[in-house]
Design a protein around this ligand. Sequence first.
Ligand code: PLP
Ligand code: COI
Length: 339
Amino acid sequence: MDAINWSNLSFGYMKTDYNIRSYFKDGKWGEPQSETSEFLNLHMAATCLHYGQEVFEGLKAFRGKDGKIRIFRMRENALRLQSSCRGIMMAELPVELFEEMVALAVRKNSRFVPPYESGASLYIRPLLIGTSAQVGVKPATEYTFIIFVTPVGPYFKEGFKPTPMVILREYDRAAPLGTGTFKVGGNYAASLVAGEKAHELGYSAVLYLDAKEKKYIDECGPANFFGIKDNTYITPKSTSILPSITNKSLMQLAEDMGLKVERRPVLEDELATFEEAGACGTAAVISPILRIDDISENKSYHFCKDGNAGPISEKLYRKLRAIQYGDEPDKYGWVTVLD
Ligand code: PLP
Ligand code: COI
C-alpha cells in the first residue's frame, strides 16, 4: 500500500483490510465473520432501503506512546446501539458480541491505527440494517451487522480552531417525540439540506433549536452542544438529541475539575451569557464555537473573542485526549487496551 500521510488525514473513507459481519436469522445472531469485500449483496426489497431500518454507531481507537491500541468506551456504544434498535424495531445485538466484533475489527486492521505522534485515530463504524424483503411497512425478520474501520483526522478541518455555526430556523432535524435520541440514518438524511446550506454560507455546522417552540438549544449537526459560564458546564436536556458519549465523558471531567455541571433546557437567549461554547462528539472531539448567527432573527452571539478556544474548553479537550491516548490514568475504566 502507498504510505499514509497520517498527520494529514481528513475525516473520510479509506479502504482497510477487513470488515467484520454477523447475520441475524431465525431469531439469532451468527458467529462473527471477517470479510475483505467492501460490498454487500442486498435484496432489493430490504427494509433498510425502503423504510429506513438502519442504525449505526461511531467510536474510535487510539495508539498510545507505548504503541498499544486503546478503544474508548465501546460498551456505551453497544448500549446506545441497542437503544437505537428498540427505537426502530430492529433485532438488538448483544453487548458482548458488539465488543468482540469491535476488538476483532481493530486487531485485524491494526496497521491502520495511526501512530501516536500524528494525533489521528482509527474511526470505527458499526452499522446494522434490516435485510429481509418486505413491501408492507413492517420490521424485517433478518438483519446484518457490519463493522468497518478507517483512519481519520479532524471532522471539522479547522481541528481545535473555533469555527462559526448557524441557526437556520426553516429546518428541523428531529421531532420532539421522534427519533432524535436514536442514531438512525434518517436523522442524518433530514439534516443534509440544512447542513449543505450552512456550508455554502461559510459555517461549519447548523445549531438546531427545539422543533416545537424554537426557543431552546438542541444540538450542533453531528455533535452535542455545551456552554461554559461562571465555572459551570451547561448542556441541553432535550427529547430530540442524541445522548453523546463524549458529552457524558466531558460532564464527568468537568466535575473532576471542580466545575458545576448542569444538564437542562437551555434557552437560545442564554447564549449571550456564555463565556465559551463548543460542539462535542466522537468525530468532532471538542470543536470550539467562534460565533453563532441566528440569521433570520438578525442576532449573533460571540465567543472566543481573541479567535482562540477558551481556557476551560481547552483544558477539557486536553484531558479527554490524554485519557484516550493513554497519557493519563484511566480512572473510570473507559478504555479497553488491546494486547
Ligand atoms: N449528536 C449527533 C447527532 C451525532 O451524530 C453525534 C455523533 O455520534 C453526537 C451527537 C456525539 O455523540 P458521541 O459523543 O457519542 O459520538
Ligand atoms: C460520530 O461522531 O461518531 C458521528 O457519528 C458523527 C458523524 C460522522 C455522523
